[in-house]
Every structure is written in structure tokens, then in C-alpha cells.
Design a protein around this ligand. Structure first.
Ligand code: HEC
Length: 257
């Protein structure tokens, strides 16, 4: 019974209700745009295209992954090369002239491109075949090498940037949920259902915002940022749509409840 009593948007002038509906539409539209912005913004944290989990971990925690080329050489792969060749390659990869020295003519036979051509290309070309070949990782061109030569080192945003961003986001997003939630309670829809949506969504926002800090220490918490943010966004959309629908539809006679 208590679910159907109390103040209703339906009792207010239609013009006002349309105004509320339009404002909520603008609000949700704004969220679509910030979602896209997020995608562009974090897109290129790592070299893989698109917004990946790695981009998000990179933004909030940082990602260090060593160069696959260095790892392979240090692990003793391939067994067939001479020690001086291995150390020449490692010195080159760990130095700061990786692109300049790749096929530096002055280095003669010790130019990395020469060593690679002689010692690696039997197995590492696109067309390599045979039991030992590994065409999945070609080493024929500089473009091939470049991708696996450098260690990835994505730094997280500085604490000041995170604080500034949170200073703007946390209060606004929380207030939006409070206002939408209250409006939702004044619609014809089940208060219990919308109340639950508001609860889940608010919890999601809290986890998301706290996650910005927790993820600095624990990379795995990045998933909580994504899930929390997703729940908040979903909740906003659901409550927002309920408010819009309720405002636009002709008011329901309270006695009809
Ligand atoms: C006899 C064939 C052979 C030669 C020569 C060879 N490789 Fe490989 N390489 C392989 C095979 C097979 C694999 C995949 C299995 C493994 O990791 O051992 C591999 C894996 C790798 C990987 C790891 C790729 C990944 O998935 O992380 C790198 C990097 C690599 N090789 C670099 C080199 C370099 C640099 C040279 C020359 C200095 C070289 N290889 C010479 C056969 C070869």
C-alpha cells in the first residue's frame, strides 16, 4: 500500500514534467558522450587498439611488461647463437639507440639487423616452415622488431590529476543519483524495484571512486572500477528512463492504483 501513496510527478503540470523529461534526456546524452570520451582517452595507453583492460590498468595502476625480445634472449633462446652475438643484441636492446642502431652500417656484421638476418630468420620469417620454425613472430622488418623490442612502461596518472578529476566527478555523480533516485520515487513505477536499482548503482559508484585509489596498489581492482562504473551507469539509465517515461505519459489517476 505505502508503495502507491505519496507525492507523484503525475500531479504536476505537464509542461513541468516535459521539462524534467528533457533534462534527464540531456543528462543521459551527456553520459553517452563521456563514455565515448573515456574510450578515446584511454584507448592508446597500450599499443593494442581499442579500450582494453590493459589500458585501464595502465591508467590507474601502470603497466610494466618487459620486451619479449629481451626476455627470449635472456632465457637463452635461441641456443644456436654465439655469446658475443647474444650480448651484442642485448646491449643494443637495452641501450637508448634501438631504432637508430638497428641497421647502423657502421656496426658492420654486428649490426642487429645483420645478426638477426643470420641467426634468427631461418625460423622467424612469415614464410618459414619446418618443425622449428616460428612464423607467428616474424623478425624480418623493423616494424616487426619494433613491436617487441621495447618494454612497455605505462605510468598511472599522477595523484594530483586523480584527485582533481575525482573532485569534479564524485560529488556530481553522487548528486545526480540522489536527484534521479528521488524523482524515480515519485513515478508510477515500483518504489521497491527502483529503490534497489538506486542502491546497487550507488554502491557501484562508491566502489568505482574508491577503486581509483585502491587500484594504484592492487592492479586487480581495476576490474572493480569497470564493474562499479558499469553498475552506476546502468542504474542511471534505468532510473532516468523510468522518470522520462513517467513524465511523458499522461498522468495515471491515483485512484486507479
Ligand atoms: C631454430 C629455429 C629458431 C631460431 C634460429 C630462432 N628462433 Fe626464436 N623461436 C623459435 C620457436 C620455435 C619459438 C616458439 C617457442 C619458444 O618460445 O621456444 C621462438 C620464440 C621466440 C620468441 C618469443 C615470442 C613470444 O611469443 O614471446 C622470440 C622473441 C624469439 N623467438 C626471438 C628470436 C631471436 C631474436 C632469434 C635470433 C637471435 C631467434 N628467435 C632465433 C624458433 C627459433
Amino acid at each position: 500500500m505505502s508503495d502507491s501513496t505519496g507525492f507523484r510527478l503525475g500531479g504536476l503540470p505537464y509542461c513541468f514534467r516535459l521539462g524534467i523529461a528533457l533534462s534527464v534526456l540531456t543528462l543521459l546524452g551527456g553520459y553517452v558522450v563521456s563514455g565515448l570520451h573515456l574510450q578515446w582517452h584511454y584507448d592508446n595507453r597500450d599499443e593494442s587498439p581499442g579500450l582494453t583492460m590493459n589500458d585501464i590498468v595502465g591508467a590507474y595502476h601502470g603497466v610494466q611488461s618487459p620486451s619479449p625480445l629481451i626476455e627470449a634472449l635472456e632465457s637463452g633462446h635461441p641456443e644456436t647463437i654465439e655469446d658475443y652475438e647474444r650480448s651484442a643484441l642485448l646491449d643494443w636492446l637495452k641501450g637508448d639507440r634501438v631504432s637508430q642502431d638497428y641497421d647502423n652500417l657502421d656496426l658492420g656484421d654486428e649490426a642487429p639487423s645483420e645478426i638477426i638476418a643470420v641467426s634468427c630468420l631461418d625460423c622467424h620469417t612469415r614464410s618459414a616452415s619446418g618443425p622449428d620454425a616460428y612464423p607467428e613472430v616474424p623478425l624480418e622488418y623493423w616494424d616487426d622488431i619494433q613491436k617487441i623490442a621495447v618494454s612497455k612502461d605505462i605510468q598511472p596518472a599522477g595523484t594530483e590529476i586523480v584527485a582533481t578529476s575525482q573532485h569534479a566527478h564524485a560529488p556530481t555523480m553522487a548528486v545526480i543519483m540522489i536527484v534521479l533516485g528521488l524523482l524515480g520515487m515519485m513515478t508510477r513505477f515500483s518504489r521497491r524495484v527502483l529503490g534497489f536499482v538506486v542502491f546497487v548503482s550507488a554502491l557501484g559508484l562508491l566502489v568505482d571512486m574508491a577503486g581509483w585509489w585502491i587500484t594504484r596498489e592492487y592492479a586487480g581492482f581495476a576490474y572493480a572500477i569497470v564493474v562499479g562504473g558499469g553498475l552506476y551507469a546502468a542504474g542511471t539509465v534505468i532510473v532516468g528512463l523510468a522518470v522520462m517515461v513517467d513524465c511523458v505519459l499522461p498522468a495515471k489517476k491515483l485512484t486507479a492504483d
